[in-house]
Write a protein of this length. Structure first.
Length: 303
């Protein structure tokens, strides 16, 4: 039984999950913008999960925004959580609760979760994009996270997709993230003369079949199709999952994504993926991945 947590800039969420993927209700609390506040919130949430779990919790899995070092369980210099700079979270939680903690980048955790028990359940290989405030990515080969040398996995959201967007958080201009993240989508709604204050309102406009909103989805789908075509040239994976808050828009831009892919690969149709699937529950991707990371860790260490 694991306590699985998901930590971002403003929120800390978590629940218990067992080795079969059974899980409890998601508990959530806001994360104070200080190291002390974060420490307290973490301990409180772990205590609440232990109390609600039907069996004893013996490990904590934490999927988190980074950058972080998953091997040592320590943060590096998190872009949106500067107060957690070099915070050794695994050491802290072990000292305070007696529970070992496994730290994982949130996008890697989401990919692992989707392949284990989400949109790509049943496959061993897959690429998962997490579209939200940023654009996270994870590549799973043989049921495992494919790692890069920079402490996490491939940083596909920072592939160059063209100039014309503001500088990315990573310091480069033209990153896929700046073309496909939440801000990019809100900007598109504005450019098409479609006034929406939030993404939820964007979905409402699409449900009402407003022509401008459909235009937004056509252009967003082309961008996503272009991005996926680049990734397919590199990885050539059959199964592509989409998680994150923007995954709710996939049904509305799916046709434009596929059309772009078919046009770009018109001479090499076999480069097309088999499926592009939205997560059935994007709120759960990272939490399920945190549990799966714990399971794999234990399997490796008992083998
Ligand atoms: Zn970037």
């Amino acid at each position: 039984m694991y306590a699985c947590l998901d930590m971002g800039g403003t929120n800390l969420r978590g629940t218990w999950i067992d080795t079969s993927g059974n899980r409890g209700e998601i508990l959530s609390r806001s994360r104070p913008r200080s190291l002390e506040g974060t420490k307290n919130a973490l301990l409180e949430l772990i205590a609440d999960i232990r109390e609600s779990a039907p069996e004893e919790v013996h490990r904590v899995g934490l999927g988190s925004a980074g950058p972080l070092d998953y091997r040592s369980g320590c943060y590096l210099r998190p872009t949106n959580m500067p107060e957690l700079e070099y915070f050794p979270v695994a050491e802290f939680v072990q000292e305070q609760t007696g529970l070992p903690l496994l730290l994982e980048n949130d996008a890697q955790a989401a990919a692992l979760g989707e392949v284990w028990s989400g949109s790509l359940a049943g496959s061993q290989d897959g690429l998962v994009l997490t579209l939200g405030t940023g654009v996270g990515s994870g590549v799973i080969f043989g049921g495992r996270i494919w790692r890069a040398a920079h402490f996490t996995g491939p940083e596909l959201g920072h592939i160059h997709l063209g100039f014309g967007r503001p500088e990315c958080g990573c310091g480069q201009v033209g990153c896929a993230e700046t073309w496909l993240n939440k801000q990019a989508l809100l900007d598109l709604f504005r450019d098409y003369g479609c006034r929406v204050a939030s993404l939820r309102q964007g979905i409402d406009r699409l449900r009402e079949e407003e022509p401008q909103a459909r235009g937004v989805m056509g252009e967003y789908g082309q961008r996503l199709g272009l991005f996926i075509s680049i990734l397919q040239v590199v990885f050539g994976l059959q199964h592509i999952g989409i998680s994150g808050g923007l995954s709710h828009f996939l049904p509305y831009c799916r046709e434009a994504v596929w059309q772009t892919l078919r046009e770009r690969f018109h001479k090499r149709q076999w480069w097309l993926p088999e499926r592009i699937q939205a997560s059935p529950d994007p709120e759960m991707s990272g939490l399920l991945g945190a549990a799966r990371a714990c399971i794999l860790h234990e399997r490796d260490n008992w083998a």
